[in-house]
Design a binder for this molecule. Structure first.
Ligand code: MTE
Ligand code: MO
Length: 190
């Protein structure tokens, strides 16, 4: 399987940081393995509900990618490990009219992306970073990683994903940030 690499370049208007900052609204949620679930619902043929053990039993992959916050910092060459969005799509079978996926997090944070963007092979539901278990402050046990988009699309503490016809507006997207959020096109504001 291919191992994606750092671009070794910064998108326009970004500066490099060596350590990944921890940035989020609200507090870091706790994680209880015994009642944690991952759910997929909405416009799909096969609704899915997995326990933590069930999620860990899915095929995993490692992908190196860069991470760009809309506030200006970028951390290059993060080694994420987890389950690709494609793997989930193969399991749940989205209906033809499904165009978008809303990511719903513990604590109420949301974001939404076109399914087409999520099918990029670098997009993962990640549970490890740089060879270690993903820490709670960086989204552990499970976060989404969408390297080409500003990091507010890389939702931490993911619990449910909803397939929709129209795109829903996420937490930051409702507050004036770009819904497309392409870091290379510098799409910061909506
Ligand atoms: N659930 C949740 N996910 C979130 C956020 C948040 O507030 N809540 N903030 C986003 C923003 S703006 C950034 S920059 C990244 C930061 O990820 P990090 O803390 O691992 O560096 O998380 C993103 N995912
Ligand atoms: Mo951010």
């Amino acid at each position: 399987m291919s191992r994606l690499k750092s671009n070794e370049k910064l998108p326009p208007g970004q500066y490099r940081v060596d350590e990944l900052p921890a940035l989020h609204i609200g507090s870091v949620p706790g994680f209880n393995q015994t009642n944690w679930t991952f759910e997929a619902y909405g416009l799909i043929d096969r609704p899915l509900k997995l326990s933590w053990k069930g999620f860990l039993s899915l095929p995993s992959r490692t992908s190196i990618s860069d991470f760009h916050c809309v506030e200006g910092w970028s951390r290059l060459a993060n080694e994420w490990e987890g389950v690709s969005f494609r793997t989930i799509v193969e399991m749940v079978k989205p209906k033809p009219e499904a165009g978008f996926c809303t990511i719903e997090c513990e604590g109420g944070y949301t974001t939404s992306l076109p399914i087409e963007d999520l099918m990029d092979e670098a997009v993962l539901f990640a549970y490890r970073l740089d060879g270690k278990e993903l820490s709670p402050e960086h989204g552990g046990p499970l976060r989404l990683i969408v390297p080409k988009k500003y990091a507010y699309k890389s939702a931490k503490w993911v619990r449910r994903i909803k397939f929709t016809k129209e795109q829903e507006l996420g937490y930051w997207e409702k507050r004036g940030y770009s819904n497309t959020a392409d870091a290379w096109k510098e799409e910061r504001y909506g």
